[in-house]
Design a protein. Structure first.
Lengths: 513, 119
């Protein structure tokens, strides 16, 4: 019998507490403001409400929150994740409210970029603010509720101390939470003051045996297969943490949790899925084949969260591994494609060498643009659809580096993909660098953004039509997205016409899509 | 995690750029000594006022290797806390520190490593 008076509530706002119609890519729309339609419609497309039980516990919830929920329950606490629309039922008797987010204040890429370009606040930040300003949270706070916030965007609170104070946040946690969270709960229960801020250094991240297994379904079946990354890119915070591979039996148990609760697809999560089981940067085909056979056994659809372009090229060229994984993933035509996020970051091998020297490994950083194009070709041939990002405004970036990125984008034109430019946000060892408040958008940057826009519109139309949203049940969503793309195409053309952008500043020929 | 040994840095008095500079220096020195966990304790006249975090931001963001905990305490607790010190504590003092606190800190120099005092 469940004690319905939960003492510890974990939650987040609607943009996070949604499965985005079962399509993770659509979740990216939560990083933008509503464009060409009212906000409620944008939210319906990007972040529809999550099904809940009578108590307001969501069917699916963000994976990291599921981990903490499991940890707290394993230690005997009456804790539960609650959908934001049902919080009011629980706050009167809750002792602690825990919040997590990928982007509390829309300061991360690409939210910050959409904000800068459109001059409108993205819906993720709007939605989180609406959550925090609900009167019953203030009331509970006045009655002694402790508020602890964390997640990958924990650092953002250092830029919004005003809201930290206004909303009565007691503690901000920045880093992997498994080792700190029980300490904080014990302190809160015993009435001791909580620390104001905790940064978890690499020595205090949990070991594999300290990481709990989720007890309920994660959003779109996302399951972590490893933590950390050995590539040491300077702009990335994940790479600062030690590498840990999650054992197959633990991965399987979590897959089964999802399947039992009706989430039959899964996303294998890692900063670089192809490095699962690797020795350093040396791929481990056997581990990857076992992992994917396991996933195929239990899941109806498989996706990857992230992979590196160098690993994709290396996997195919040395082991024919992308083709072999495709045979497993798309076995018996159970699925036709799978998705992944990849980082191009720059088209300049000079900048790549400075800022991400191991990103091209085992190939030399000087060959980075070739690595990118080869990997895109491999993905295209294997129906692996990438959502790629690149970074504008990296420290030490020169106009010539941006021109190289433009040239690379021209080379990527034939390959099915979405490419999103992002402004540099200081994370990783660069997190103390100046931010986009001092960032000047140059003509070269604008040219990169235009090429990305037209590339992505052209391919998005095909991806939506042929791959992504098939079946009658997806028709309304497909229609809305197609209309949205038409609107973006029209708007982009009209803005370009109005400001008279001339591509002649670039050395490469203007590309017409 | 909070049960582990943290190297402590106490900050007493109004936070200003000078204190921020001193904090960065202490942080670098501690890192060079191989310290893995650092605790900043801010003795504030109004512990509810979080404005000091705006000044602390560049200090916190400079770190990627050590675990860092930030706590606030009322400056009224300082005299009692000084008496309880066992391990060496780095103390950074700013302006507007009442004389009795300065005296207490000075008289405990065997345990408190005073990094900087204004005035």
């Amino acid at each position: 019998m469940v004690n319905e008076k939960f003492e510890i509530i974990l939650t987040t706002d609607r943009t996070m507490m949604s499965n985005h119609h079962g399509k993770e890519f659509i979740g990216f729309m939560t990083t933008g403001p509503p464009i060409g339609m009212p906000e409620f419609l944008w939210m319906w497309i990007a972040a529809p409400k999550m099904k809940t039980d009578r108590l307001g516990r969501p069917w699916q919830a963000p994976y990291a929150m599921r981990k903490l929920e499991a940890l707290l329950q394993d230690h005997g606490y009456n804790a539960a994740i609650i959908d934001p629309d049902h919080l009011h039922k629980h706050l009167d008797h809750a002792k602690i409210l825990m919040l997590s987010h990928h982007d509390y204040f829309a300061l991360c890429p690409p939210s910050s970029e959409w904000w800068l370009v459109t001059k409108q606040e993205p819906v993720n930040a709007r939605s989180f603010r609406r959550l925090m300003e609900r009167p019953y949270i203030r009331r509970a706070k006045e009655n002694g509720l402790k508020i602890v916030v964390g997640g990958p965007a924990g650092w953002q609170w250092l830029y919004r101390v005003d809201l930290w104070e206004k909303w009565g946040v007691d503690t901000v946690v920045d880093g992997e939470g498994e080792r700190i969270i029980l300490d904080l709960v014990k302190k809160a229960y015993s009435g001791e003051p909580l620390p104001r801020y905790v940064f978890i250094g690499p020595n205090d991240v949990p070991m594999i045996e300290e990481i709990p297994k989720i007890k309920h379904a994660s959003i779109n079946g996302l399951i972590e297969i490893m933590r950390g990354c050995p590539r040491r890119c300077k702009f990335c915070s994940v790479t600062l943490r030690p590498l840990r591979y999650i054992p197959l039996d633990m991965i399987e148990e979590e897959m089964l949790v999802n399947v039992r609760e009706g989430v039959r697809g899964g996303i294998l999560h890692s900063e670089d899925v192809l490095l699962y089981g690797a020795k350093g940067l040396r791929l481990n085909p056997d581990a990857l084949l076992k992992l994917h056979k396991l996933a195929r056994r239990h899941l109806e659809t498989i996706a990857w969260s992230h992979a590196s372009l160098a690993a994709i090229k290396n996997a195919e060229e040395e082991y024919r591994l992308i083709s072999r994984l495709r045979e497993i993933i798309c076995e018996d035509d159970i699925q036709e494609y799978w998705g992944v996020e990849v980082g191009i970051e720059t088209g300049s091998s000079k900048l790549a060498k400075k800022i991400m020297p191991a990103k091209a490994a085992p190939y030399p950083a000087e060959k980075w643009p070739d690595v990118v194009e080869d990997a895109f070709a491999i993905m295209h041939e294997n129906n692996l659809i990438p959502a790629a990002t690149l970074i504008l405004g990296l420290p030490e970036e020169k106009p010539d580096d941006v021109v190289k990125t433009v040239e690379l984008l021209d080379r990527l034109k034939p390959y099915r993909s979405l490419i999103v430019p992002m402004f540099f946000v200081p994370m990783g060892v660069l997190k103390n660098k100046d931010w986009f408040t001092t960032f000047k958008v140059s003509e070269e940057h604008i040219e990169v953004m235009r090429r990305c826009l037209w590339h992505s519109i052209r391919w998005a139309e095909e991806i939506i039509e042929k791959f992504y949203l098939r079946g009658l049940d997806k028709f309304p969503l497909k229609l809305m997205l197609k209309l949205f793309l038409k609107y973006v195409r029209w708007k982009a053309k009209s803005v370009e016409g109005k400001i008279g952008l001339r591509p002649t500043v670039m050395e490469t020929p203007f590309i017409r899509y | 995690m909070l049960d582990q040994r943290f190297s402590e840095v106490w900050v007493v008095g109004e936070i200003d750029e000078g204190i921020v500079k001193a904090l960065k220096e202490v942080m670098r020195n501690e890192r060079l000594k191989g310290i893995k966990r650092l605790k900043f304790v801010f003795y504030l006249s109004d512990p509810e006022d979080l404005n000091y975090l705006n000044l602390l931001r560049p200090v916190l963001l400079e770190n990627v290797l050590m675990s860092i905990v930030v706590e606030e305490r009322s400056v009224k607790n300082l005299l009692d806390d000084v008496k309880l010190v066992k391990d060496e504590v780095n103390v950074i003092t700013g302006e507007m520190v009442p004389a009795e606190f300065v005296k207490a800190i000075e008289s405990s120099r065997d345990r408190l490593k005073v990094v900087r005092i204004h005035g």
